[in-house]
Design a protein around this ligand. Structure first.
Ligand code: F6P
Length: 337
């Protein structure tokens, strides 16, 4: 029984690679003499006193498993009356020295606030959206890009056979990282993302170029649209299952006469086994997090900067959304149509 105890929790949307990160953090911390306690279902595990001991045995064989063995939730102690106090009390009662939080944009912002309130925490960035500031990539992003690219490759063959415009709506919350990278990898004819405003004039240009493709004998098209994209003047009505993909599909068919079909990739992007890149990123982040805990360097987030694992203050990440840089989108745009 060690007198040094470390907590780990996964909060927010799940993603491939979380279990690889839990495994790495646990094994690296144990080698540093820590006993490791998993907090179940994100921050809520503190409130419900739902925990599970993590060790070499129950974190073996999970590196390739999707999801999180700890469970997750979008519960936030800072949004609940007395939530912060309950977490602090539970943290003390568990005899924890520190807490590693695997989170996305929202969870890590809460983690930064909890640090300012006195909780000794270290953050690990994970989300398929890749929208966390100060890190080039987040755990889960490359797997989502691969899943979306595979889907686009499959759509391309059926689009070509039926001479159709195929639209794939992908996730990304308020950014277009998945759409941009998967669209580029597939050679999509158009990529629409929230970072680039889309209006009727751009719709007309898109449709002109799709028709130009037909004249060149390329009588099918592949279009990727990020879920957060706004089509000016064409409201999205999610309650009627009319997401941005459906609205765009109707507009393209209306303008071009091209038979158009829409697929929404949804939660498939967040499921299943992580690609090798995400496994190694998760391992690097987990080992670095354990090192920060041992050195008591709290209030930090591990990050990928270039090809190096760095650390940045959580305060510099809090509340910021990393959007797709224009030059990255312009690179993809070279190959449109
Ligand atoms: O943040 C990851 C994400 O998958 C977003 O891309 C998506 O918009 C959101 O989570 C969906 O949230 P939920 O899983 O709560 O429906």
């Amino acid at each position: 029984m060690s007198d040094k105890r470390l907590g780990i929790l996964t909060g927010g949307g799940d993603c491939p690679g979380l279990n690889a990160a839990i495994r790495a953090t646990t094994k690296a911390a144990m080698q540093r003499g820590y006993e490791v306690i998993g907090i179940c279902n994100g921050w809520k595990g503190f409130i419900d006193n739902e925990t599970q001991a993590l060790d070499n045995t129950n974190t073996s064989g999970i590196i390739d498993r999707g999801g999180t063995i700890l469970g997750t939730s979008r519960f936030s102690p800072t949004r609940e009356e007395n939530g912060v106090r309950q977490v602090m009390d539970a943290f003390q009662k568990l005899g924890l020295e520190a807490l590693v939080v695997l989170g996305g944009h929202g969870t890590l912002s809460v983690t930064s606030q909890m640090f300012k309130l006195g909780l000794p925490v270290v953050g690990i960035p994970k989300t398929i959206d890749n929208d966390i500031a100060e890190t080039d990539y987040t755990i889960g992003f490359q797997t989502a890009v691969q899943i979306a690219t595979d889907a686009l490759d499959r759509l391309r063959s059926t689009a070509e056979s039926h001479h159709r415009a195929m639209i794939l709506e992908v996730m990304g919350n308020s950014t277009g990282w998945i759409a941009t990278y998967a669209g580029m990898a597939n050679g999509a004819d158009a990529i629409l993302i929230p970072e680039i405003p889309f209006n009727e004039e751009k719709l007309d240009r898109l449709c002109e170029l799709l028709q130009h493709r037909i004249k060149r004998g390329r009588n099918f098209s592949i279009i990727v649209v990020a879920e957060g994209t706004r089509l000016e003047g064409r409201p999205v009505v999610v309650s009627q299952c009319k997401g941005v993909g459906e609205v765009l599909g109707e507009a393209v068919q209306e303008h071009t006469g091209l038979e158009t079909r829409v697929s929404v990739l949804g939660y498939i992007q967040r499921g299943g086994t992580p690609v090798a890149y995400d496994r190694s990123l998760a391992i690097s982040f987990g080992v670095k997090a354990a090192e920060l805990v041992e050195k008591r360097l709290y209030g930090q987030m591990v990050a990928l900067q270039g090809n190096r694992v760095a650390t940045v203050p959580l305060a510099e990440v809090e509340g910021r959304v990393k959007t797709v840089p224009l030059d990255v989108y312009r690179t993809a745009e070279i190959f449109f149509y």
